[in-house]
Design a protein around this ligand. Structure first.
Ligand code: F6R
Length: 240
């Protein structure tokens, strides 16, 4: 794993956006794996800026998001469909038929997971962007998930629902299930870029960098991958 230590969130966002932009400039039909959550928001803002300055076009880019909550309508303010539109897609020239997220709002979640898995098998993700949960999850692969796991319907860990309740009015509103790419899907990406910022990620980053490989800590699966870059700020690196 290549570790890039930066000062703060601003610098982390800039470095991440540079890596994505460099790929899209080099390969105009790049396939990006995208994440939601608080961490990549700054990266999306910087990519939008670069697009406005005419430095990058997403016209031929295709995307696959890691995950989506079950039971939320696509228009729900906390759905990842809504997040991606408002924080990124609506502000760049991407073509929406090249954008993919799991369909968490369909009646049959298992079938939706299988369909997404099939799409992933037919695609080739050039760069997968990841955040990391405070419990080490990547996507919504919670501790104990086999490294061989493919796209599935997951029951979210209480830790994750608690971490994410800041985006909702109450814990009760946080969905109990999500559809997520499995760890094995994530590992198929050509390159992986994991971002971590802030003290709340320090313990997870310590385990990722200093610890061994164990299914109890899902992000440790990345040690199996040949091209992983981790960008961490000073607070996330504070226990190293
Ligand atoms: C998001 C995702 C999650 C988040 C993780 C960190 O699509 O799959 O794994 O990356 O929960 O979230 P934040 O960035 O909000 O701390």
């Amino acid at each position: 794993m290549k570790i890039i230590k930066v000062k703060d969130y601003e610098e982390l966002s800039a470095r991440a956006a540079e890596i994505v932009a460099e790929l899209v400039q080099r390969k105009e039909d790049a396939c990006l794996g995208l994440a939601t959550g608080g961490t990549p928001l700054g990266m999306y803002r910087k990519l939008i800026e670069k697009h406005r300055l005419g430095e990058i076009s997403f016209k031929n880019v295709s995307t696959f998001n890691l995950d989506e909550y079950c039971e939320l309508e696509k228009t729900h303010p906390q759905s990842y469909h809504h997040y991606m539109r408002t924080n990124f897609f609506n502000h760049v020239d991407i073509e929406m038929d090249k954008v993919h997220l799991p369909e968490g709002d369909t009646a049959d979640h298992e079938a939706a997971a299988q369909r997404y898995n099939q799409l992933l098998k037919e695609a080739r993700i050039d760069l997968q962007v990841l955040g990391i949960g405070s419990n080490g999850h990547i996507g919504f692969n919670e501790p104990g998930t086999p490294f061989s796991q493919e796209t599935f319907v997951v029951r979210l860990a209480e830790k994750t629902r608690n971490d994410n309740k800041r985006f909702f009015n109450s814990l009760e509103e946080v969905p109990e299930h999500a559809i997520t790419m499995g760890i094995n899907n994530i590992l198929q990406a050509e390159a992986i870029l994991l971002l971590a910022s802030g003290k709340s990620k320090a313990e997870a980053i310590h385990k990722l960098i200093k610890g061994g490989m164990t299914e109890e800590f899902p992000a440790s699966a990345l040690k199996n991958h040949k091209n992983v870059t981790v960008i961490i700020d000073e607070e996330a690196a504070s226990l190293l």
